[in-house]
Design a protein around this ligand. Sequence first.
Ligand SMILES: *Cc1c(COP(=O)(O)O)cnc(C)c1O
Length: 371
Amino acid sequence: MTASPSTEIAFDVRASADPVPPAERERVLASPGFGEVFTDHMVTLHWTRERGWHDGLVQPYGPLMLEPATAVFHYAQEIFEGLKAYRQGGGPIVAFRPSANAARFKRSAARLAMPELPEAAFLRSIELLVSQDRDWVPTAEGHSLYLRPFMIATQRGLGVNHPSSSYQYTVIASPAAAYFKGGVRPVSVWLSEDYTRAAPGGTGEAKCGGNYAAAFAGQIQAVESGCDQVVWLDAVERRWVEEMGGMNLFFVYGSGPGARIMTPALTGTMLPGITRDSLLKLGPDLGFPTEEDRISADQWREECASGELTEVFACGTAAVITPVGKVKSADGEWMIGDGTPGPVTMRLREELAGIQYGQRPDPYGWVHKIC
Ligand SMILES: *Cc1c(COP(=O)(O)O)cnc(C)c1O
């Protein structure tokens, strides 16, 4: 994309006069958790019909002032993204495929009838925030700086017949350890039969907060059933496996040199994960043929029993790759393999993390240097 000077979106920088003291920051970075502590700055940018995108600002992290009648609080016109900045062993700080997040943010905006943010402005906002708060990018292995761009409807008023006439785009950042505590412990999953996540024609392929609000009841049921995570089936036939919580699923068939991997094809009700897309490209390079197909809950059970299906894992930016060890539904439960992380899962995980942390070649140019 060539941005002409007249359409380029500018950001001013107003540095915090009161940043977190270095000793305190180091204490947080030693054990950052996930999404609990935020860096010294945030980026904000506004949109109105008359002015388009304007007033880009890197400013101290802090509360937003919004009237109770602001549209987002009532009709959930909100979208978000999630990506990470990695410190590559003593070298540069990089982001992983941020253009893919920028493109998805545009698609989510279109679905929620919100203005599209140009890719150049999305990338610039990420670069500015990470550069400003570079001391917050952890150095420990497996740690990263999680970036959360989001957009909210800011028009004041309760009229329901039209989308908001104004919006605020914001980026915040939070140092992150591995998402699921305890590293690569396999998770157990609950097949939800009472709830669905997304229906054809709905917002399933947009990354919007409303999808998550609608998913919590299913996740609570999973935990009440003794499982870590919920797995969603399609809303029409209640048969085809779609996603696990906020992550895409992969199924490994066979083992050794005969192993191949399958992920449910995107039908419009699944979130098109960038991790998913990356693994579809990396799989064949590592000797694992990949396919996009579908699998029913019954097949999942039968193919585990027959030994054809050897490993299952979930993938997403936050937790990278998480093995699935056990499945439970209203009418029974079963193990996947022996319930421990499988070799194909771990090989893919190692390769992807290796590219992100600069220990492996980056054949597709996914790594984007920030500073
Ligand atoms: C964000 C998200 C994913 C994973 O996407 P990545 O781009 O790989 O992080 C999968 N499913 C849902 C529902 C999501 O919101």
